[in-house]
Design a protein around this ligand. Structure first.
Ligand code: G3P
Ligand code: CA
Length: 266
C-alpha cells in the first residue's frame, strides 16, 4: 500500500474535510477537467485560468508529443476536433501546432488560444495549484515518460507538498516506466472498462507496486467498487463529472476527488 505519504497527508489536512476518527474524506477535492472544459476550450490557458478562478485544487490536463519530440497539452491524438488544423499531433512540429487556433472551435471569443507546450503550462501553473497530468496515448510516443520526468524534475515539481503533481494514464506500462524514473511522484491508474464482475483483486494488487490512485470512469462507479479500491489502500478520483447531482452521489461514496468540467458545481 502506497498511502498515506506526507504529500497526501498534507493535502488531506488542507483540502479534505475528513472524519477525525476514520480519516474518511467527507468532501472530495476539486479537480478541473482539462481546466474548466465546460466553460472554455479545453487544455488552453483560458481554460486553466478559469478553473483557478473557480478554486480548483488540481488542474487535470493531457500530454502528447510532436514530431520534433516536444511535449504539448492536447487531448486527442489529432488536432482536428480542438483546433482549426487537420492531422495527427505526432506529424506537427511544435511551431506548426502552436500556429493553430485552439479556441475558435469552442467560441470565437477564444480565437487567441494556442496549444500550450508542457513547459509553458508548468511555468505558468506549476507550484501554484496541484497538477493531475495524464500521459495520453504513450504507445504513440516512445520516450514520452522520460521527457515528462525531465520537465518536472527541471522545475523542482516532484515533491511539492502544497501543490503536488500526480501522473495518471490508462496505459499501465507507461505508468510503470514513469515510476522507475521518478518513484516519488504519485501515480494513478485510469479505468474505463471492466468485466461484469468488476475489477479483480489480482489487478488491484498488481497496481499497488507503482500506483497510489485508481481513477474510474463515473459510469463504472458504485459503492462496491469504491469500497474495493479503498480496501486495497488506493485513493480515488472520479471522472468526468458533468452534472450537479453527480457531485452529491459521489460525495456519499467518500471518494477523494472529482474531476469536473464545471468546477463551480461544488
Ligand atoms: O482525468 C481522467 C480523464 O480525463 C480521462 O479521460 O478522455 O477525458 O482524458 P479523458
Ligand atoms: Ca484526461
Amino acid at each position: 500500500m502506497k498511502f498515506p505519504t506526507s504529500i497526501w497527508s498534507s493535502l488531506i489536512r488542507k483540502k479534505i474535510k475528513s472524519d477525525p476518527n476514520t480519516s474518511v474524506p467527507l468532501f472530495p477535492i476539486k479537480i478541473g477537467h482539462r481546466g474548466a472544459a465546460g466553460y472554455c476550450p479545453e487544455n488552453t490557458f483560458a481554460s486553466f485560468h478559469r478553473a483557478l478562478l473557480m478554486g480548483v485544487d488540481f488542474l487535470e490536463m493531457d500530454v502528447q508529443m510532436t514530431k520534433d519530440d516536444e511535449l504539448v497539452v492536447i487531448h486527442d491524438s489529432t488536432v482536428n476536433r480542438t483546433t482549426n488544423g487537420k492531422g495527427k499531433v505526432k506529424d506537427f512540429t511544435l511551431i506548426e501546432i502552436q500556429a493553430l487556433d485552439a479556441g475558435r472551435w469552442f467560441d470565437p471569443r477564444f480565437s487567441n488560444e494556442r496549444v500550450p507546450s508542457l513547459g509553458e503550462f508548468l511555468d505558468e501553473f506549476g507550484g501554484k495549484v496541484g497538477i493531475l497530468l495524464e500521459i495520453k496515448n504513450p504507445s504513440l510516443y516512445p520516450g514520452i515518460e522520460k521527457k515528462i520526468a525531465h520537465e518536472l524534475l527541471n522545475r523542482g515539481l516532484v515533491s511539492s507538498e502544497e501543490h503536488p503533481v500526480i501522473v495518471q494514464s490508462f496505459d499501465q506500462n507507461s505508468l510503470k516506466k514513469f515510476h522507475q524514473l521518478v518513484p516519488s511522484i504519485q501515480l494513478g491508474v485510469l479505468l474505463k472498462k471492466f468485466t461484469r464482475k468488476g475489477i479483480s483483486d489480482q489487478e488491484l494488487v498488481s497496481f499497488s507496486s507503482y500506483a497510489s490512485f485508481v481513477n474510474p470512469k463515473i459510469t463504472m462507479v458504485n459503492r462496491r467498487l469504491i469500497e474495493k479500491i479503498h480496501q486495497h489502500g488506493f485513493k480515488t478520483f472520479i471522472w468526468t463529472v458533468k452534472k450537479r447531482n453527480e457531485v452529491d452521489f459521489l460525495r456519499y461514496y467518500h471518494v477523494e476527488g472529482l474531476i469536473c468540467d464545471f468546477p463551480d458545481f461544488f
